[in-house]
Design a protein around this ligand. Structure first.
Ligand SMILES: O=C(O)C(=O)C[C@]1(C(=O)O)C=C[C@@H](O)C=C1
Length: 353
């Protein structure tokens, strides 16, 4: 078959797709009107998950599960913007890994506000300048992001979604040769994640300049031909710095978990995770007793991280805890009731990792 004929077939299919997509948006707009009247949340991750699961079940290919997810996540992101324009604050600058994570869930049509610090991202949502906050919470090489945990202790916002993203670092420079490089810009965490590469390429003697983000590092390297940056390939592209080496991280399974926060609570999806802070007193057995209740309720703990509470908190220390289940499930509700003075609820959301 000739190329023109195949393209005619594609055009005819696209016409049908366009018609169906418009039809879908018309229904979505009605859902939006309903939600405006009843005050319901626009973003419903558990419903999106159910749709994708149903489609994957009935799919006979050649589309893969990943392809279906990619296509429909964008459709949902566009749909939400037709219900209400979506504004998203994230830990910037543009081109940061958090930006990538935000775009993965909010698509090309949402409005993005890059902010320079994690507290600033939370503040933007508190002040109604954005509806959603996207921040990193942990990395499998570097552990938890302390600033995010500290903000979670203070905020009324709820975690409504999580996503895990592979983190690949590139070594980018305008210099022609490695030996011409006098400085390397990056985030301190990224230097850590690429230690073997830096040693192997005898870059341990040059000056390391830590900056707030890997995207900022790319920007600095763009203006300094005797330097390099460790950053994402997106940042390299954004600031036009050539990539000399890709995937330079020590751990190729390097991934970061991001959380999305907003001012509403999710309905159960059937496969949820709940996050809490447990404020416990500094006496023998308090953590043991607290965790014993989870064991007795047959709740699967996924993660626990301790954190000093700070002078003004009025208690001694707290633990960040993730476990399987949704706050509205009876056995979890009972746990919350039993420990109501110790638990700060952070959100129940579709479990992704
Ligand atoms: O079902 C809803 O609540 C909708 O708003 C529709 C829709 C969709 O496009 O299917 C859009 C946004 C929500 O996050 C979930 C689903």
């Amino acid at each position: 078959m000739k190329l023109e004929e195949l393209r005619r077939q594609i055009d005819a299919i696209d016409d049908k797709l366009l018609e169906l997509l418009n039809e879908r948006i018309e229904v979505v707009q009605k859902v939006g009107e309903l939600k405006h009247r009843t005050g319901g949340a626009i973003y419903r991750p558990e419903r999106e998950k159910a749709i994708i699961e149903r489609l994957v079940q009935q799919n006979r290919g050649p589309l893969t599960e990943t392809a279906i997810e990619a296509i429909f996540l964008e459709i949902f992101a566009v749909a939400r913007n037709f219900e209400q324009p979506q504004r998203v604050a994230y830990l910037g600058p543009e081109g940061s890994f958090t930006h990538q994570a935000a775009e993965n869930r909010f698509g090309a049509m949402s409005e993005y506000i890059p902010l320079h610090s994690i507290p600033a991202v939370f503040k933007a949502v508190h002040a109604d300048r954005a509806r959603f906050a996207v921040v990193p919470i942990e990395n499998n090489t570097n552990g938890f992001v302390g600033e995010t945990l500290d903000e979670l202790a203070k905020t009324d916002l709820k975690i409504v979604a999580e996503l895990y993203m592979p983190i690949h670092h590139s070594f980018v420079t305008k210099a022609q040769h490695l030996h011409l490089i006098k400085r390397i810009y990056s985030k301190d965490i990224a230097f850590n994640q690429c230690r073997s590469f830096l040693l192997e390429h005898e870059l341990d003697a040059v000056e390391y300049i830590p900056v707030e983000s890997t995207a900022k590092a790319a920007k600095m390297a763009a203006n300094d031909p005797e330097s390099a940056a460790i950053c994402s390939h997106i940042a390299a592209k954004l600031y036009h710095v050539p990539i000399m080496f890709e995937n330079i991280e020590d751990n190729h399974k390097n991934k970061t978990r991001f959380i999305i926060l907003s001012d509403f609570e999710n309905a159960p999806s059937g496969a949820d995770k709940t996050s809490i802070l447990a404020k416990l007193s500094d006496k023998p057995g308090s953590l043991y007793e607290f965790l014993q209740s989870f064991h007795d309720a047959n709740v699967n703990l996924k993660k626990i991280e301790s954190r000093p509470a700070g002078e003004e908190a009025g208690f001694d220390y707290w633990f960040y805890i993730d476990f399987e289940g949704h706050k509205d499930e009876p056995h979890i509700r009972k746990l919350f009731e039993k420990h109501k003075d110790e638990i700060k609820y952070l959100g129940s959301y579709v479990q992704n990792g």
